[in-house]
Design a protein around this ligand. Structure first.
Ligand code: NAP
Length: 509
């Protein structure tokens, strides 16, 4: 018999406590596309506790059966493994329930409390709860306060536990994130708080830790002596789709750079943790954020670029400009492209620039971290009609997760031109299976009570400290040239100029 997947990872299955997951916002887009398929796939892989229940909480009236039917359709459409397996679904279906209420109505929480008590008796879930807040951020403080007021969340004790997963974004800037934090900590502890950054649930992001700290060959060259610079790219070929209203409030800096890109940067740049505990890893990540040099006025002008896509072509299809998208202001100044240069003022990274580029409507969807090494000294092969590139280690987070190494080789034959070649490792091809969706991993980690893959309060605060001054600078200095890059291009010319001033180029990942 195969080992249980958690045992294969060296973790005990005994730590999977019985529990109920309550999803606030259960009729929403995220539940349909990500959360319910993730829970179903956990059930498929036998990763849920045997005693388990899931309750959807939203405003529209509907019966348990109507909710189950809708969720079945959504899981059929969005699960990474298709078709849906009837025997697994029918088992899962019996553990799925719906609770109708408004977020601000006391009686809704009282009824929920009674209902969860009944389910505990029926399903054997022992009072353990996860409250997943898949709702607009303005509801985060209200729901947490109401849960506390009605005795639905309680401090962990020897009998049972309750945890709260909070979707992103956690605040709009430093002040609002601190206000939110100060409010929720009146009702829940940091140990109960699981702030989602779904990048942390991605298999390749976790692999970064293994890659860096389970391979001794990299550690001695992972520093300013050998690395010329680092490029982190999060590119989307898509525009903003039907999320115009959301994006008009958010912009790319908040949506991608402040959270996902900072998570990637901190894992690439962190020191080895003392252990793999949540505290061990997050202590080191936060030190990276603390070491980032605040941007000066000169940086705002020369080392920071914002852009907005105009119309253009993606894979031969004509696409609209951002300002023509639905629910977008016709003269919107919201950025869909950000490029910037950061320095980390610590011993390991002194003088090494980290170039970050995040954008919508670039030629392809790709998330990549590229470590560009210094040139070989002397350049012995310069005269041989050679193309002597620096070594590049490229870690592809998505799609086609993998790692490639660019190195210089001699072309066969009597003359000896040098040519860069690529050694390529792809997870999918090697391991022959698709990695689980980030939300599967994150929900499971929360059930297990492990917060390593969630953002801690001080990480979020530190990241907002870096980016809030940029938001303030931008709001005082509106862009004069939007749209400034056509859809399907690699972004505005100013981003290339930023690199050119440093005698470098953006990679085409
Ligand atoms: N969608 C995404 O791709 C995505 C990606 C990353 C993060 N997120 C985050 O995930 C969260 C949820 O996003 P979403 O796109 O799923 O939102 P959504 O589609 O707008 O869904 C909102 C949900 O909240 C419920 N709701 C709203 N007001 C309510 C009230 N007063 N009382 C009770 N229920 C109420 C709605 O119920 P009714 O429909 O019954 O009114 C619905 O179930 C947000 O924090 C978002 O930032 C979303």
């Amino acid at each position: 018999m195969n080992a249980h997947p958690l045992e294969e990872e060296g973790r005990s299955t005994r730590s999977i406590d019985p529990c109920i997951v309550v999803i606030f916002g259960a009729t929403g887009d995220l539940t349909a596309r990500k959360l319910m398929p993730a829970i179903y796939n956990l059930a498929r892989e036998s990763l849920l506790p045997a005693n388990f229940g899931c309750v959807g909480f939203a405003r529209r009236p509907k019966s348990h059966d109507e909710f189950r039917e809708e969720m079945k359709k959504q899981v059929s459409d969005h699960s990474r493994v298709k078709p849906i397996e009837e025997n697994i679904w029918s088992n899962f279906h019996e553990k799925l329930f719906y609770h109708q209420s408004e977020f601000d109505k006391d009686e809704g929480y009282e009824k929920l409390k009674g209902f969860l008590g009944e389910l505990d008796a029926k399903l054997g879930t022992k009072g353990n709860r996860i409250f997943y807040l898949s709702v607009q951020p303005k509801f985060f403080p209200l729901i947490i306060e109401m849960l506390s007021k009605h005795g639905l969340i309680y401090k962990e004790n020897e009998n049972n536990w309750s945890r709260v997963i909070i979707e992103k974004p956690f605040g709009k800037d430093w002040k609002s994130s601190m206000d939110l934090q100060n409010h929720i900590q009146k009702f829940i502890t940091e140990e109960q708080t699981y702030r989602i950054d779904h990048y942390l649930g991605k298999e390749t992001v976790q692999n970064l830790l293994v890659f860096r700290f389970a391979n001794s060959i990299f550690e001695s060259i992972w520093n300013y002596k050998h690395i010329d610079h680092v490029q982190i790219t999060v590119a989307e070929d898509l525009g903003i789709g039907n999320r115009g209203e959301f994006f008009e409030e958010e912009g790319l800096l908040r949506d991608i750079v402040q959270n996902h890109m900072m998570q990637l940067l901190s894992i690439v740049a962190m020191e080895p943790p003392i252990d793999l505990s949540a505290k061990g890893i997050r202590d080191e990540k936060v030190k990276v954020l603390q070491s980032i040099r605040p941007l000066s006025k000169n940086d705002f002008q020369n080392n920071l670029v914002r852009g907005q896509y105009g119309k253009g072509f993606i894979e031969g299809e004509q696409v609209k400009a951002y300002r023509q998208e639905e629910e977008v202001d016709k003269s919107s100044n919201i950025e869909t492209f950000v490029a910037l240069k950061l320095y980390l003022d610590n011993w390991r990274w002194t003088g090494v620039p980290f170039y970050l580029r995040g954008a919508k409507r670039l030629p392809k969807k790709v998330t990549e971290i590229a470590i560009i090494f210094k040139d070989a000294p002397g350049l012995l092969f310069k005269h041989h009609n050679s193309k002597n590139d620096p070594n590049v280690l490229a870690i592809r987070i998505q799609p086609d997760e993998g790692i490639s190494m660019k190195m210089n080789c001699k072309v066969p034959g009597p003359s000896s031109p040098v040519q860069p070649v690529k050694m390529d490792f792809r997870y999918g091809a090697y391991f022959g299976k698709t990695p689980p969706e980030a939300y599967e991993r994150l929900i499971l980690e929360c059930i297990l009570g492990d917060s390593t893959l969630f953002a801690r309060a001080d990480e979020v605060e530190q990241s907002w400290k870096i980016f809030t001054p940029i938001l303030e600078y931008w709001s005082k200095n509106p862009p004069k040239n939007f749209p400034n890059y056509p859809s399907g291009s690699w972004g505005p010319k100013e981003a290339d100029d930023l690199m050119a001033r440093d005698n470098r180029n953006w990679r085409i990942p």
